[in-house]
Each structure stands twice: as C-alpha cells, then as structure tokens.
Design a binder for this molecule. Structure first.
Ligand code: SF4
Length: 329
C-alpha cells in the first residue's frame, strides 16, 4: 500500500500566558514521525492530554504546524500541508474531513437533516443545482444507512447512533480520502458503538477511505484498526500493527494501558497493572523520558536522557531505554 500521509518530526506549539509578548510555549505535539497507508485504519491512542487530538487537527490543517512536515499524497494530488496556497487549501478541505465526538453538539438543531448534509456541498461548491445537491445527499445518506424519509426531520428526533450517522454522512458528502475520527464513538452507548464501528469499516471499503481513528479506548481500537500508534505527553512512544502491539507491547506505558482494559473473565479481576498518577502538565514536563514519573521500571538514565524511537521489527517502533531487557522475550 502506498503512503497517504507521511509525517516527519512534526511539532505543534502554542504560545501561553503573558499576552502578546510572551515567549512561553506549550509543545502539544513534539517531534512526531509516522506514516498512514492508503486505505488503512490507523489508530492513535493515549490518555487525554497526550496530544492526539492536536496531531489530528494538524493533519486537517486546522492548527498550524510549528516545525517538521506532513506530506499528503492520494495519487491525484500531492500536498505539503504547511505550504498550501488558498486554492490548494480549499481543495484539501474536500479531501480531508473530521467526524466529531459529540453527535448532539455537532448538528445544528435548526436545520433539517437534508440541509445539514447538504451544507458542505454548498460551501465547497461541489454541485451547481438543487437536483444535483439532493442526489448527492440521498446517495451518502443511503450509504450511511439513514432512512431517506428522515431527511426532512430535525436532529432532535433522532437517537445518538442515528445522529452520529448523520454526522458521518455530512463528513463524507465531499467524497474525502482521509477521515479523522476523533473519539467518534465515545459518546455512544456500548451497544450502538459496534453498529457505528461496523458502518465506518464498511464505508472504508466501499469508498476507499483512509481513517485516522483517535481514541482512548483500546478495546475499540483493537476491533477496528490495522495499525496503532501510542502517544504520551506529545510524543509517539510506540507504533506497530494492531495484532503485534496487542500481542507483544514493548513500552511500559502501552503495557499499562492494555492491562487496564476490563476483562470479562472473573479470574482476571484485580490482576490489572494500575497506571499510577496523572499525566504531567505539558507546561511542566519531566526531564528525560516523559513517562519516568509513572514508570515502575525507571532507572537513572530514564530521568536524564529522553529515549528516541527505535525500530524493533519492520513495522514496530518503541521509545524506551529498557525495552530489550523488559520485553524482548
Ligand atoms: Fe520506563 Fe525508562 Fe522506558 Fe521511560 S525509558 S518507559 S522510564 S523504562
């Protein structure tokens, strides 16, 4: 599979405090490199505050890239995201779309479902007359398993799962190549989550989509993603094909996240390795390995030197000084 997105040493910083002349910066994403293959489901996981949402926004060009690069190539166009001119940016908006977390807040209560889905077509000038707009709305609504009779109703008439399907239809109506799904099922009941995940998976196949699936829920990521990257305090700490990562994680943080997944086996209760403490503030980051304040395996070097990302297998990378002795079994 060819690469759709190639990110190299990407950082996103925000100026904080002190008004106009402040020289203090918060690095929300720090020196991240990753590759998303065309047609894949790429998972990005980590606790809240890990920088995963900011990275997703950077790939949508919704926040400025401070340093490094993100290259997009879908076979028709090839863009350097930090160097888009006005015309390229308008085109990129059609090719890269976002599915929001909260299906209740994302939809205007004053618009019908038809108008909500049609809005991006009108804003992006994707169709010239009402007939063509309606045809596109009906096509994407059917693909998202919405009842066409519901297009005349308002969002309040629908359940959470149905609203999320309306949000998905709206995001996909411009026929994008890249979709950033940011906690797209987190606000839904567990029984509805599986329904929406299965819909995303079938849309991926039918429409040739590539997903970046951002989530804090590892059981959801395991169900749907081909490859998973783990972030901690703005850094990528581990990245591997899903099966390999779940079978043999090589970073203590990944291992702790996995062992915190609730088990249905009553014999497993109480054996989970607790992740102690809170993720440190991005404005006051620890020295060396950023995980050392919570890592049960931390030694002296961990407090002094930040580990770089090392390749352990062809598609597996980890940033830990001790991965070989701890996990190379
Ligand atoms: Fe833990 Fe040290 Fe590895 Fe960081 S580098 S994860 S502190 S063992």
């Amino acid at each position: 599979m060819a690469d759709l997105v190639k990110v190299e040493n990407l950082s996103v910083s925000y100026k904080i405090g002190g008004g106009l002349f402040s020289q203090n910066y918060l690095k929300a994403v720090n020196n991240v490199s990753l590759t998303i293959k065309r047609g894949s489901f790429f998972g990005l996981v980590g606790e809240s505050g890990s920088g995963k949402t900011t990275l997703g926004r950077a790939l949508l060009n919704a926040v400025p890239i401070s340093s490094g690069s993100a290259h997009y190539d879908d076979g028709d166009v090839s863009y350097e995201l930090s160097k888009l001119d006005k015309t390229q940016l308008a085109d990129y908006r059609k090719r890269a779309q976002l599915i929001f977390q909260d299906p209740y807040a994302a939809l205007s209560p004053r618009m019908t479902v038809r108008d909500i889905i049609a809005e991006p077509i009108e804003v992006m000038k994707l169709a010239s007359d009402r007939e063509e707009i309606d045809s596109r709305v009906r096509t994407i609504a059917s693909r998202c398993r919405l009842n066409l009779e519901h297009l005349r109703r308002f969002p309040h008439a629908f359940s959470g799962g149905q609203r999320q399907r309306i949000s998905i239809a709206r995001a996909l109506v411009s026929d994008p190549r890249l979709v950033i799904a940011d906690e797209a099922v987190a606000a839904l009941d567990v029984s509805i989550q599986a329904d929406v995940l299965n819909l995303l998976k079938s849309l991926q196949k039918d429409m040739g989509l590539t997903f970046m699936f951002i989530s804090h829920d590892l059981s959801v990521v395991a169900h749907i993603c081909d490859h998973v990257a783990v972030m901690y305090l703005g850094r990528l700490v581990e990245s591997a094909p899903t099966r390999e990562l779940f079978k043999a994680p090589k970073h203590p943080y990944t291992k702790a996240l996995f062992s915190a997944i609730p088990s249905l086996n009553p014999d497993d209760q109480g054996t989970a390795q607790r992740l102690e403490g809170e993720i440190p503030s991005p404005t006051n980051q620890p020295s060396g390995c950023k995980f050392h304040t919570r890592c049960p395996h931390a030694i002296d070097i961990c407090k002094k030197e930040e580990p770089s990302l090392q390749q352990t297998d062809p598609q597996h990378e980890v940033a830990c000084h001790r991965w070989k002795e701890l996990f190379n079994t």
